[in-house]
Ligand binder design. Structure first.
Ligand code: FES
Length: 111
């Protein structure tokens, strides 16, 4: 299924955004980042204990190096591929979400 997330003009570079999508089966929360002319998205689901990665609505912890930090137990993830490089799920990864663009909008492809 394809879900429209936002207009391209509303996505600021370097900021993680939270989106919650209702599919036929479930409510799916995901995180989107636009950085270096690339959109990256992952399920908002930490591989350690399945907690959400935002600490409040649409707010995420990011290190000075730009890594995403799970607020539950501090796992640290690379923003480009979602690999955990520090913390209790070292070596595991966030689940990627495929992104498509058209002229003015960003879409998520949910399998
Ligand atoms: S649930 Fe994310 S580090 Fe534990």
């Amino acid at each position: 299924m394809i879900h429209r997330l936002a207009e391209i003009k509303d996505i600021e570079p370097g900021i993680w955004y939270e989106f919650n999508l209702q599919t036929d089966e479930a409510l799916i929360s995901l995180m989107l980042l636009y950085q270096g002319d690339k959109y990256t998205a992952f399920k908002n689901f930490c591989p350690h204990q399945g907690r959400r990665m935002n600490y409040s609505l649409g707010k995420f912890l990011v290190t000075a190096e730009g890594n995403l930090v799970c607020p539950a137990h501090g796992a640290e993830f690379k923003p480009d591929d979602g690999l955990c490089i520090n913390g209790p799920c070292l070596g595991q990864s966030l689940e990627p979400i495929h992104i498509q663009l058209n002229d003015d909008s960003v879409f998520a492809i949910i399998p």
